[in-house]
Design a protein around this ligand. Sequence first.
Ligand code: GDP
Length: 470
Amino acid sequence: MDTTIAAISTAYGEAGIGIVRMSGPDSLKVLRKVFVPRVCTAEDAAAFEYEPRHMYFGSAVDAAGSFIDDCLAVYMPGPNSYTGEDVAELQCHGSMVSYKKILAAFLDGGAVPAERGEFTKRAFMNGKMDLAQAEAVIDLIKARSSRSFECAGQQYSGTLSEKVKAIRKELLGELVQLTVNMDYPDEDIEQVVYGKLLNRVSSIDDEVLKLQSSSEEGRIIKEGLKVAIVGKPNVGKSSVLNMLLRADRSIVTDIPGTTRDTIEEQISLRGLTICFVDTAGIHESEDKVESIGIERSKDAFNKADLLLLVLDVAAPLEEEDTELLSMAVGRPAIMIANKQDLVNGQADEGVCVTEEILRKYMAEGESPVFVSARTGEGLEELEDRIESFVTGGRVRKEDDVIVTSARHAALLTKAHEELAQACGMIKAGEAMDFIEVNIRAAFDLLGEITGETAGDEVLTEVFSRFCLGK
Ligand code: GDP
């Protein structure tokens, strides 16, 4: 890359400090034009010897030599830099005016404006990271919950890439073996060859499927779990929502333009983002509640990853309850028997909704959660249930890889289809060169995850999702 790119790396708006940076062969040359270290004169700045990765205090100046801002400067020569190229950064006061003037001075000095994600694209091109790691950078930046940040960090450190590379290595072994078999066919042991091949390819396919099957959890970790609270009027939906909101002691920032458009409330629960969808009905006033009901719930049923179906334990089930319960059968739902405080201590009389009654609406092993939105009773169990819905009750080991990217999940699905097809053909004793086509396709598809086989189109698509300056 022979151009030197420059961009404002800090988000627009007021901040304590901000960073404007450059990458490319002329970074040092341009830095010397724009920055005057306090330890030298303006004339000497043009030849100042920067010690790599040391901070210098001084002033940024424009092309006419006029003062812009007091700054800290750092020069990081390649290849030991983020992009692998020569990088220079100025830290200035966190004002848009300062950022823009410094960027203009960099451009006047010979740099060109960076495109979205171009710093990371260069890091990828220069072999500092593979494509899956580069994609993790944007996930780190966009992470809104501690778990999504952790998953992105894991991917950034290369765990997914290592796994994919290991699978590709095994596939390559099979491709080599197939070529040998095609070149030197041995009629007598053909059955043995097919039998062994089937074992190996199907065990590789299992590994692909295992990765792929983590992607649903990964999607929820990355985007948040979409939860809809449904139930007939007055069962306590709004109160249950408030109970969960009150329990949330973390900060979930509102980021305009993200998936929040249809989401009214958001919490962080045990490091997971929970987005409550379609809560409009819940907040409507009493006289409008009639209009809510089943129609509205249908919509929520379709939008949500998980339903919280609220019932009133102290009132007999009505048609609207049972209709909702029937609609929820076979869907991901947690039944919440609310207003438990009204029936505590009244063994029989007050209790109208029992586990027994609800049994026919629940799958084997499921049970309702008894809560009181008024006293907070049952809150922890409800949180446990929501959490284990996401994790499937699995306790993940440190080195377990979770696929969070829709792009990766789609490639894994396709690779699995190719391998499954290959297995079918092996079983049918088809010719080796036909089987080879599917195995090679799986090999190439997996290479798109790490970028080994990703074309320009894929790269453009991936990096266009980045922010400027990263
Ligand atoms: P929604 O229409 O389903 O959203 O119901 P609300 O949350 O507005 O609650 C309806 C009524 O039930 C209100 O008067 C609440 O104070 C009351 N309520 C909600 N949850 C509880 C609870 O756990 N115990 C008791 N005793 N009352 C509750």
